[in-house]
Ligand binder design. Structure first.
Ligand SMILES: [Zn+2]
Ligand SMILES: [Zn+2]
Length: 109
């Protein structure tokens, strides 16, 4: 079973975009985008954590690679998994990197 299928089974009965609810052209988005983990397989593998990946439709995905949407997605993950689990998943990625990951959780409301 592929990563996308796992993510779908884990989180949703039917795959749907976490931002708009659309149910087609679903893609797996990494909140720690691939560019940040270049050169470290361990960091990249840690970035596959369920706390750090979301399903997005193609349209939302095309607009997701910026700080504003990242914070929106992090808030969704915090609601789903809890703040500590999301922070722990980020720390896990950071632990395999020499450079600063530079992703902070949004401030608590
Ligand atoms: Zn969408
Ligand atoms: Zn993406």
């Amino acid at each position: 079973m592929g990563k996308l299928t796992n993510a779908i089974n884990r989180k949703h009965r039917l795959p749907a975009c976490v931002l708009c609810g659309f149910g087609a052209m679903i893609e797996l988005h990494h909140i720690v985008n691939r560019g940040r983990t270049v050169g470290s397989n361990a960091a990249r593998s840690a970035s596959d954590a369920k706390e750090l990946t979301v399903l997005l439709c193609k349209l939302c995905h095309g607009k997701a690679h910026n700080k504003r949407v990242r914070e929106e997605l992090l808030n969704i993950q915090i609601q789903q998994y809890g703040r500590e689990a999301v922070q722990a998943a980020l720390d896990q990625v950071q632990s395999h990197m020499r450079t600063r990951l530079g992703i902070e959780l949004p401030k608590e409301k």
